[in-house]
Design a protein around this ligand. Structure first.
Ligand code: GCU
Length: 622
């Protein structure tokens, strides 16, 4: 039985025995809040990799453990081990394998890796000189989809989920020179995965975000959540980890507002500090993306983050930012950099390049980061540039809603997402899913996720991208929103493609009626049409011409503007993106062409249609 199956077997037993308690879903390892700002040794850069399509490194060909000649994770110098030994037989050599520069998906390593799906072994050799008395953690920003991590031939642990961070403590396990870090990365998903095997985006398997060796004092600030409460006070929940976590004095300092407070942690190492409503606090907003340096000291540990303070709420059909109604002028974004050959290399520069197209190009104040938690670089850029964010876990399409193991995975992923990002002012909405088919099991599954959001972060809004039905009786079609999940959400959201999927003609769109609940805000989380940049049919536009896409936007915006509780929109999508489901030659060639810009950033006519509509909306104060 492979490690992966064994881990799943144990998880199933645990879930069956323990039932879906809240504690069930918390991350196994430390939170390491704001880890991306902690000092540490970067392990990015040169790694070697070895493909393993038949998973020889994970199990022998009759089952059972892998043979020594195939165990990529062993702490073995194959060259030295085989020199002069006529018996030794190795059919791998991680030290001599091809090189790659991480983080990036393996699609970018070499031409032959472009469509690889399955298991790849990565190795990093590094020296380490831990400071005396420090604890060391190996932290991965994300590994897609399943990771098994070995250090110097010993298993540290495993993680499932391609979009959230995880860490293993390696205190006392490092050697001064030549540490051998091996990661088995398996992009294969199955019926219990989150997301499922079939999505509408490129998998991008691999180590896709940074890897760091982080040193912290024996007792350190593991989690800190610092936010503005509804009464205007600033509340900080602090959690220490270590032998002296309990009864410890902690200091919270926000120098710019002369705020300094002390507290003593309880027996569990936790403390709450409340700073009464400050006289002067510059509230974060898209027009004023103000961030404060927040410092928390606990013994020798100094934790730091850059945090914006704002409130987000609903008032009937409106969304309120800092108490004022806001219309979300948005766009959807996949985690894929601009360029003809992306490999999910989202550096801070790549993140800003994408988000600047939204903020500066479209005059957007909102981005839907679809369909999974994006990397910290994207969230930091949204905080700094002033873009409200919809964050989402990939509970997408056909999930095993009736299986407790799948629920456990989704809940854990949601917790990892929220615990990593709940200090990001830009995030206003947590989405628990996208276009999930209706069933009783699905409703129960999704309601559990909604409850988890409320428990982990009652300060933000919960939403999900829903589907609608179409009633074609009478003289004009009526779109009906009758999803029972809508009642559990703070903000409803609909993905609608009238005029692209289905028989509606563009000229008829403004006559379509929307029969939706009016008691809460409604976002259109997706509307969109495809166009191949440069494909023009000015006279009789057909689908995939720029003219058709532009007219689709004109008619769709006219249709939506008539809906009373229309509170915002994030059209699908900013940029053409890779999807294995889009294979029409010349027009698609493996790309989903609903972008307002091509993969290289070439703007299509519809880009200006939407930008103009947003500028007019902003000018009219909506
Ligand atoms: C769906 C789905 C997207 C997909 C889009 C499309 O709404 O949410 O992930 O890419 O439609 O069909 O292009």
């Amino acid at each position: 039985m492979s490690m992966r199956i064994f881990v799943r077997w144990i998880a199933a037993i645990m879930v069956a025995l323990a039932g879906p308690a809240m504690a069930q879903v918390m991350p196994d390892g430390p939170v390491l809040a704001a880890a991306d700002l902690r000092d540490g040794q970067s392990l990015d850069g040169e790694w070697t990799y070895s493909i393993d399509p038949y998973r020889d490194g994970a199990a022998g060909f009759h089952g059972g453990p892998a043979g020594e000649g195939h165990r990529r994770y062993d702490d073995t110098d194959v060259t030295a081990r085989t020199a002069g030994d006529p018996i030794a037989l190795y059919e791998y050599d991680m030290d001599g394998s091809p090189k790659a520069r991480l983080p990036e998906s393996w699609t970018g390593h070499a031409l032959e890796m472009r469509h690889y799906e399955g298991l790849v072994w990565y190795q990093k050799r590094f020296d380490a000189e831990p400071a005396p008395g420090e604890r060391q953690f190996l932290r991965f920003g994300a590994v897609n989809y399943h990771a098994e991590v070995w250090l110097n031939g010993k298993l540290l642990g495993a993680h499932e989920g391609g979009f959230t961070p995880f860490a293993f403590e390696v205190t006392g396990k490092l050697r001064p020179e030549g540490n051998r870090l091996v990661v088995g990365v398996d992009s294969q998903r199955d019926g219990l995965s989150i997301p499922p095997p079939v999505t509408d985006w490129e998998t991008y398997g691999g180590i896709t975000r940074s890897v760091h060796l982080i040193g912290v004092p024996e007792t350190f600030v593991d989690d800190a959540w610092v936010r503005l409460a509804d009464d205007g006070s600033i509340v900080a929940d602090i959690a220490l980890d270590g032998p002296e976590a309990a009864g410890r004095t902690v200091r919270l300092l926000i120098g710019e507002i002369d705020a300094e407070r002390f507290a003593t942690t309880d027996a569990q190492g936790r403390a709450r500090i409340v700073i009464p409503k400050p006289a002067e606090l510059s509230l974060w907003s898209p027009g004023n993306p103000k961030l404060y340096n927040v410092v928390i000291e606990a013994g020798e540990d100094v934790w730091f983050d850059r945090i914006g303070f704002r409130t987000i709420a609903t008032d009937g059909p409106r969304i309120l930012l800092n108490g004022e109604p806001v219309f979300l002028r948005g766009i959807s974004v996949h985690e894929e950099e601009l360029g003809a050959d992306p490999a999910r290399r989202i550096t801070p520069e790549a993140a800003r390049e994408l988000l600047s197209l939204a903020k500066d190009g479209l005059d957007a104040n909102f981005v839907r980061l679809a369909h999974y938690p994006h990397g910290e670089a994207m969230l930091r850029a949204a905080d700094e540039m002033g873009l409200i964010v919809w964050s989402e876990i990939p509970v997408y399409w056909r999930i095993a809603f009736d299986d407790p193991v799948a629920l456990d995975k989704a809940r854990r992923m949601l917790a990892e997402n929220i615990l990593r990002d709940r200090n990001r002012a830009s995030i206003a909405l947590w989405s628990v899913g996208n276009e999930t088919p209706l069933s009783d099991a699905r409703n129960t599954f999704m309601r559990k996720l909604v409850a988890d959001v409320r428990e982990l972060d009652p300060h933000r809004l919960v939403t999900a991208a829903l589907l609608t039905g179409q009633d074609r009786e009478g003289d004009h079609p009526v779109m009906v929103m009758d999803d029972p999940l809508a009642g559990a959400l703070d903000v409803m959201a609909i993905n609608a493609y009238n005029g692209w999927y289905g028989p509606d003609r563009l000229a008829d769109l403004p006559a379509i009626e929307w029969d939706v609940p009016q008691d809460k805000p409604l976002l259109f989380s997706e509307v969109g049409a495809g166009a191949t940049a440069g494909r023009h049919e000015p006279d009789l536009p057909t689908k995939f011409s720029e003219e058709y896409q532009a007219e689709y936007y004109r008619q769709t915006l006219a249709m939506l503007a008539q809906i009373p509780n229309f509170a915002g929109i994030s059209p699908w999508i900013l940029k053409d993106f890779r999807s294995p489901r889009r294979q029409r030659p010349v027009i698609q060639d493996g790309w989903n062409r609903k972008g307002l810009v091509s993969e290289t950033g070439e703007r299509k006519q519809a880009f200006e249609v939407l930008a103009q509509w947003y500028r007019e909306r902003e000018a009219s104060g909506e």
